[in-house]
Ligand binder design. Structure first.
Ligand SMILES: Nc1nc2c(ncn2[C@@H]2O[C@H](COP(=O)(O)OP(=O)(O)OP(=O)(O)O)[C@@H](O)[C@H]2O)c(=O)[nH]1
Ligand SMILES: [Mg+2]
Length: 309
């Protein structure tokens, strides 16, 4: 009993086991680990959506990379609970992994849904901590879901999201032959998500154009920029009224030429994520973990009572 007490932290009415706070394998979180974290403290949950190659994993790596080195987007990192998983990804993209130019490994379908955790403090309020988890999975699944909206019901990242971030592949936009297709993918994704109610009037949705460096290198950049403006306005007209908000961002998470700043535009995106928490119906802490032997016994009695009733 004394040992259990040593491990416990009192937070008002609840006693939370230290084990619960630790979650310390430092690998990526599963969705149930995100639920556990949500019981301990407020966490902003960001769902990244985008076809294969659109830049989801690179965006996450760029946030990690910036916080490793410096203050970023007015925040300092104060704890990353998935650091081993992030390091593995970052190693692949670093030149010390033996590659000529930095790259990101494709996320395999078999990895399923994973979350990467960040915690920040603000420079002006150093005692105020904010937690964000960002989802990642193989884009191939989103590609399949566009063709078969019934699959959306199985995508647990949507009910969990505070922010749904749809990536539009700037590499494809820069290519004249692929441009219309890249825009169409985003429109179809929004249609699929609104029609299936995976996003609704309570949803904060963002369209993030990636690989801005490649866009700017396109021969017809000025025309393309104008066309993108028209596309965004039309999306806003068609889908804005069905959402809480629809906003647009542009990033170059990793410009290999170094022409644009590292993580260009990612700071603006990150700032838009701060404080975006919606109220949730969470399982109580006692549903997730029985802290002491007495709790476990009481739990068993309750189960028997329910069964016998
Ligand atoms: N030029 C340029 N390339 C980028 C940028 N961001 C990502 N890329 C490249 O785009 C490719 C795809 O990026 P990923 O982050 O793996 O894309 P993903 O959406 O995670 O793809 P899946 O894991 O297959 O779903 C990689 O080769 C990246 O190096 C960028 O800002 N500029
Ligand atoms: Mg990936």
């Amino acid at each position: 009993m004394a040992e259990a007490d040593d491990k416990a932290i009192s937070t008002g009415d609840e006693v939370i086991s230290q084990e619960l706070l630790d979650l310390s394998t430092s690998e990526a979180f599963s969705i149930s680990e995100v639920d556990t974290l949500l019981c301990v403290r407020p966490v902003t949950v960001v769902t990244l959506v985008g076809d294969a190659h659109s830049g989801k994993s690179t965006l996450i790596c760029s946030i990690y990379d910036r916080f490793l080195h410096d203050v970023f987007a007015d925040r300092m990192s104060c704890g990353i609970q998935t650091i081993v998983a992030l390091e593995k990804r970052a190693h692949y993209e670093r030149l010390d992994s033996g590659m000529q130019t930095p790259d990101t490994a494709r996320t395999p379908l078999s990895e399923g849904l994973q979350y990467f955790h960040f915690a920040f403090t603000s420079l002006t309020e150093p005692y105020h901590r904010e937690d964000i988890v960002i989802s990642d999975r193989a884009g191939e699944l989103y590609n399949r879901a566009r063709g078969n909206p019934e699959l959306v019901a199985d995508l647990e990242e949507f009910p969990k999201a505070d922010i749904v971030c749809i990536l539009m592949d700037g590499g494809r936009l820069a290519d004249l032959e692929e441009r219309a297709g890249a825009m169409q993918i985003v429109r179809q994704t929004l249609r699929m998500l609104t029609d299936t109610k995976a996003v609704n009037l309570n949803s904060v949705v963002q369209i993030v154009t990636t690989k801005q460096d490649l866009l700017q290198q396109a021969g017809d950049w000025a025309t393309l920029d104008g066309r993108l403006d028209v596309f965004r306005k039309k999306l806003n007209e068609d889908f804005g009224p069905r959402l809480k908000s629809l906003d647009f961002f542009t990033v170059a998470a990793r410009d290999p030429t170094g022409g644009l700043d590292r993580a260009f535009g990612v700071d603006v995106l990150l700032r838009s994520w701060y404080g975006q928490l919606k109220s949730r119906n969470l399982p109580s802490i006692s549903e997730l973990i029985a802290v002491t032997e007495f709790d476990k016994l009481a739990d068993r009695f309750q189960t028997w009572e329910h069964r016998d009733a």
